[in-house]
Design a protein. Structure first.
Length: 119
């Protein structure tokens, strides 16, 4: 019998998170993703997404719930504009496209990966 895997606590300093040469990967043109946590068995993930001014992510469907907290700037989708401090919940099965006129940084929790529509 294999003992259960117990996650170890960890933290990342603000300097590490701000350093765009460490761990940031292009998601789309002008959009960078920095994964903070991934659980391979369930698909649960936490990450930072940085949008450059005018950048966007095309229409995608949520295979699991998504929670977003806007840390700086603002982002928008078909339902509205979300400035700094906004919390957005996108339930499983919902879909939207996202853009940021002025650029933004968001913290995202995904219960499952998203599926891009039309890719």
């Amino acid at each position: 019998m294999t003992p259960p895997k117990i996650p170890m606590p960890f933290s990342l300093s603000p300097e590490l998170l701000a350093d765009e040469s460490l761990g940031w990967h292009p998601l789309r043109e002008g959009v960078l993703l920095r994964m903070l946590f991934q659980e391979s068995d369930s698909g649960y993930s936490v990450g930072l997404i940085r949008y450059q001014p005018g950048a966007s992510v095309p229409l995608h469907k949520h295979i699991g719930d998504e929670h977003i907290y806007v840390l700086s700037g603002s982002q928008q989708d078909e339902r509205g504009i979300y400035p700094t401090g906004s919390y957005i919940y996108n339930p499983e099965g919902s879909q939207h496209s996202v853009s940021s006129q002025d650029g933004c940084l968001v913290l995202v929790h995904w219960h499952k990966p998203v599926e891009f529509v039309g890719d």
